[in-house]
Design a protein around this ligand. Structure first.
Ligand code: HEC
Length: 99
């Protein structure tokens, strides 16, 4: 009984620590479902669209505008992606960017 209680505390602490990574994980799923078809599996640019790993830390506004309004062959995502989806996508892209 005692042992089990301690285990739960450890799991709870670990989960708190991992919270910052959960956006990234959610972003990876959203990316795989919506973006990978054109931007490549796991952000590996197929050379036919735009390499999302090129986006810089200061380009969040550009990211939001392009994704929500659409650009060139890319459809607009306004209405299909929520603000938290956008945050998660951005966290995932930033975690894998070149800079
Ligand atoms: C139907 C194919 C397609 C899908 C699906 C797609 N994109 Fe794109 N995306 C493109 C193409 C093509 C471009 C290059 C547009 C241009 O510059 O003409 C682009 C460009 C971009 C850019 C750069 C725009 C800029 O500012 O230059 C971002 C950011 C982006 N896509 C994010 C995403 C995200 C996030 C998703 C998933 C929610 C996604 N795209 C889904 C085709 C797609």
């Amino acid at each position: 009984m005692h042992k089990r209680g301690l285990g739960l505390i450890i799991v709870a602490l670990w989960a708190g620590h991992a919270l910052a990574d959960s956006d990234q994980a959610a972003g990876a799923d959203i990316y795989a479902a919506n973006c990978a078809v054109c931007h490549g599996d796991g952000l590996r640019n197929p050379g036919t669209s735009f390499d999302l790993k090129d986006l810089k830390n200061g380009e969040r506004a550009r990211f939001d505008t392009s994704v929500l309004e659409g650009k060139g062959q890319m459809p607009p995502w306004r209405g299909s992606l929520s603000p938290s989806d956008m945050d998660a996508l951005w966290a995932y892209i930033r975690a894998n960017s070149y800079d």
